[in-house]
Design a protein around this ligand. Structure first.
Ligand code: URA
Length: 274
């Protein structure tokens, strides 16, 4: 069976519709090794994934739901608000490039705004640029980035057909964890990117990105398997479905979890509408 036929057969077994011009399944060029490495051994369809619409009034101010026990380093009044930002894409890039709203600007080489198709149906959101991304100015490079590309290619999505952004636009030094205050300051940039790309579905990878976007303290195990929803902050009548999945860096350490990512992708496909 050719790779393409095998992929289609696999997607059929998974219950993923091979229909859409939008995702260019037919045009996708797959790299044999990453795809073979990514797909699970078993061709049995995974158990049905529960699809609960969790319609949260998203894009609330970040610090609104911060538990009282946590140190809040920025007050809600100091947090940058999306409405203060340009609605023109290149102006937004310039604005981010000059950002000094948190200390990360002191250690960054450059901001990492995002990459891909700004009219994409799929938007992928990660946590923060790492060392290599800081040097090169592009998100998701290195091994985790390669795995993310393979995951996307396995469902017919070339990396340049989606839009990829991070919750933070600057790399935390020494690859340390992102701070809540940094995420709160940077959130407006992500909100504006979401508003302007206006994707049909958002795939949030990893706990930090997911909790930040959905303003939730739930563990990733509870956030997965549901269709969350956020409001497009400019086109307020539009709700954008959000699917949570594991971060590729975690999958590198725990490859057995890849099947769950398949389930999440299947769920993401199921919410794509014309
Ligand atoms: N690189 C990124 O750009 N984002 C992540 O979340 C991890 C690595």
């Amino acid at each position: 069976m050719s790779l393409s036929a095998r992929k289609k057969e696999y997607l059929r077994l998974m219950g993923i519709p091979v229909y859409s011009e939008r995702v260019d399944v037919a045009e996708a060029t797959l790299v044999e090794e990453p795809f073979a490495e990514f797909i699970p051994e078993s061709t049995n369809p995974p158990e049905a994934v529960s699809s609960v619409i969790d319609s949260s009034p998203v894009l609330k101010q970040a610090s609104q739901e911060t538990p009282a026990s946590e140190v809040v380093e920025v007050s809600i009044h100091d947090v940058l608000k999306r409405g203060e930002l340009p609605e023109d894409w290149s102006d937004l890039i310039d604005h981010v490039a000059n950002c000094e709203r948190c200390d990360l600007h002191k250690t960054r080489t450059q901001t990492v705004f995002g990459t891909g198709n700004i009219q994409a149906d799929w938007m992928i959101i990660g946590e923060a640029p790492g060392f290599e991304e800081d040097k090169q100015g592009e998100p998701f490079l290195g091994k985790a980035g390669d795995l993310l590309s393979s995951i996307l290619e396995s469902i017919g999505l070339a990396r340049n057909k989606v839009y990829i952004a991070n919750s933070l636009k600057c790399s935390p030094p020494g690859n340390r964890d992102s701070k809540k205050s940094e995420l709160a300051q940077c959130r407006a940039y992500l909100e504006q990117q979401i508003a302007l790309v206006d994707p049909k579905v958002i795939l949030c990878v990893g706990r930090v990105a997911s909790q930040n976007l959905l303003q939730s303290d739930d563990p990733i195990s509870r956030l997965r398997g549901k269709v969350h929803s956020i409001q497009n902050p400019i086109k307020v009548e539009k709700q954008i479905p959000v699917i949570v999945t594991y971060h590729p860096a975690y999958l590198l350490r725990s490859p057995s979890q890849k099947l769950k990512v398949w389930q999440d992708l299947k769920l993401a496909f199921s919410v794509l509408t014309d």
